[in-house]
Design a protein around this ligand. Sequence first.
Ligand SMILES: Nc1ncnc2c1ncn2[C@@H]1O[C@H](COP(=O)(O)OP(=O)(O)OP(=O)(O)O)[C@@H](O)[C@H]1O
Ligand SMILES: [Mg+2]
Length: 228
Amino acid sequence: MLPIINLSNIVKIYKSGSDDLLALNHINLIVSKGELTAIIGESGSGKSTLLNIIGLLDKPSSGIYQLSGIAVDELSDDELSVIRNQKIGFVFQSFFLLPRLNALQNVIMPLIYRGVHDKEAKLCGMAMLEKMGIEQLWHHKPSQMSGGQQQRVALARALIGEPEVILADEPTGSLDSKTGQEVMDLFIELNNHDRNTIIVVTHDQHISQQCRRVVRVHDGSIVSDEVN
Ligand SMILES: Nc1ncnc2c1ncn2[C@@H]1O[C@H](COP(=O)(O)OP(=O)(O)OP(=O)(O)O)[C@@H](O)[C@H]1O
Ligand SMILES: [Mg+2]
């Protein structure tokens, strides 16, 4: 299997005043194309820091990160945002939908960024909403949708640019367990059917045990890495 994510010796130190905080302590992690991986660990263990580095939202203090063969440490901020936009789809606990835009407009944002024409973007957006089973809600604003529906919109937005990797930080964290499971079912289907590479950070053991691979982080280190 091709390594799509290859982290070697990643260290992240947050500098706050005179105190340095070692958030990631020599992380080595290889993720292959098509894997469904959970990252688990207690609060403050470094899960989001790790995911943000994988997603090019943050830079490591040291170490080497290759994303589909590209050594991203050497890239400028502009080059990083281009790669992030092309290769990464993010989903967060609090959805981060734009409140003034309807579902369809939110979903097509990444395409509009890329310069795709409105009409073509909307056709893609409707197809993606259909895939998520919420095409009838296309004109709803986020405040007019349930949490689960909003997370589907966020997932549609993450997927529309056909990213190589989907990164989800507590995607079910603000949903009740039934709705959370429905969102997890979508991840599983995307992974099974489309061979999407997906990394899910979660506190919820019920969610992590549905992932083929489970990586546990403790105090900034990977302490176990198991295949279910
Ligand atoms: N921007 C920052 N500046 C300083 N310290 C930070 C920053 N972001 C995170 N930290 C610290 O780094 C450590 C790891 O944080 P991180 O957010 O990665 O944990 P987490 O595992 O995602 O926790 P949670 O489950 O609560 O979301 C924590 O001690 C946190 O306080
Ligand atoms: Mg976190």
